[in-house]
Design a protein around this ligand. Structure first.
Ligand SMILES: C[S@@+](CC[C@H](N)C(=O)[O-])C[C@H]1O[C@@H](n2cnc3c(N)ncnc32)[C@H](O)[C@@H]1O
Length: 387
């Protein structure tokens, strides 16, 4: 083991351009918040960095560090928090395991990944997230000026990138990965920040032909977005004016709805399920429909007598019911905070990916019924759309 330590191996593989990634996992505290940390080498304008993707129980977070600091941090995480460290390089894979008694077990094995995965440049070309350079739509939407973020827009830009990262993760882990063409609907597209970014990422980042439609009430926004789309030469992207509930959408692969007001999120989910979408991704806005109906006759009354807690409870109840409805229709769901609440308090995201096996519909409907009864809810808008 002499001379073999985490920092030396990472440092040598970064210098020798053989580093692919590092995964730290298997926490000491199994009930703790942090599950896994994935470290990649990225190339930023101010030089190479180690990008740490922290996977917590209900959220993920990315932090970039200078190489030296990143090396020390990886060592520290392995020493104190995570007991397994695997370094993937193009030449070999190195694994370190820390036992309960503090002994370090080391193993070197054949590389599991190919040469083509090591280049950060290669990765960035293959999967480019949203770039500020020559970005016509970000300029048009007032997020950037001359390629620089406008004041107060960094939160929005981070939100956009997190959203694109989330979609990328969903595509990677679903049947959508192998599709040559994607059909996407964005319900309540508003100013189109996310619609443009997602389209850009699919077409220019993933190099996948994409037919994307934004549906929006406001005619002025639809006109503006169509103008920017044509300026960008985005021939597969269009915006249509109208209400979500009035649109009969054809078969679609991905349906998204971010911050569509109150039951507009339910209309969007309904359209996604009806069109057989492979993935449905929504970030709900306000939750008035359920809140107005709370009629609680049990101990939870102590919570709902406080306005703000009643509001939070309505959010939780509505989104739990939405997840159940998606599950009843054959989707696997996740609910998590997709971005820190310092950017927006509307930071809950529901993702639903279609499962191969059909769900036991009636079991989920029964669960919906129980929750409604417990909270004194008579009508659940999304459920009624299916009647
Ligand atoms: C808060 S904005 C969010 C815009 C965009 N999704 C985003 O996250 O940047 C909500 C947008 O949805 C539109 N909207 C709300 N309900 C709608 C409905 N039922 N049909 C069509 N558009 C709707 C509103 O006009 C508004 O532009």
């Amino acid at each position: 083991m002499k001379g073999i330590d985490i920092q030396t191996i990472i440092s040598a593989s970064v210098t020798g351009k053989t580093f692919i990634r590092l995964i730290l996992s298997s926490p000491d505290d199994k009930k703790g918040d942090l599950n896994k940390v994935t470290v990649r080498l990225i190339e930023l304008k101010n030089g190479p960095k180690l990008s740490f993707l922290y996977t917590y129980r209900i959220k993920t977070e990315t932090k970039n560090h200078d190489i030296k600091k990143g090396l020390a941090l990886a060592e520290e995480l392995f020493g104190n928090t995570l007991t397994l460290c695997v370094i993937f390089t193009t030449e070999a894979d190195y694994s370190f395991r820390r036992t309960k008694k503090g002994k370090i077990l080391f193993k070197k094995s054949h590389p599991a990944h190919s040469e083509s995965e090591f280049s950060t440049e290669h990765n960035m070309k293959k999967k480019r997230m949203i770039s500020l350079d020559n970005n016509i739509y970000l300029e048009g939407l007032g997020i950037t000026k001359n390629g620089m973020l406008n004041e107060g827009m960094s939160g929005k830009f981070r939100q956009i990138n997190r959203f694109v990262e989330t979609i990328d993760g969903i595509i990677d882990s679903s049947e959508l990965k192998d599709k040559e063409k994607l059909t996407v609907f964005d319900m309540g597209s508003g100013k189109g920040y996310l619609t443009f970014s997602v389209y850009d990422f699919f077409v220019n980042g993933l190099k996948t032909e994409t037919d994307m439609t934004g549906i929006e009430y406001r005619e002025d926004l639809v006109r503006m977005c169509n103008g920017i789309a044509s300026e960008c030469g985005y021939t597969g992207l269009k915006f249509l004016q109208g209400s979500i509930s009035d649109f009969d959408i054809p078969a679609c692969d991905i349906l998204i709805a971010l911050h569509a007001c109150d039951t507009a999120t339910d209309d969007a989910i309904y359209k996604g399920i009806s069109s057989g979408a492979e993935a449905i991704i929504v970030s709900p806005c306000c939750h008035k429909q359920i809140r107005k109906q709370f009629h609680i006759e049990n101990g939870l009354k102590e919570i709902t007598r406080h306005g703000i807690l009643e509001e939070r409870m309505a959010e939780m109840a509505t989104d739990a019911l939405r997840a159940l409805m998606l599950e009843a229709n054959g989707y696997k769901t996740k609910i998590f905070e997709y971005i820190s609440d310092e950017h927006t308090h509307k930071n809950i995201m529901i993702t639903a990916v279609r499962k191969k096996k059909t769900a036991e519909h009636s079991v989920y409907l029964e669960r919906i019924c129980c929750l409604k009864k417990f909270l004194g809810i008579k009508k659940f808008y999304l459920e009624d759309l299916f009647r």
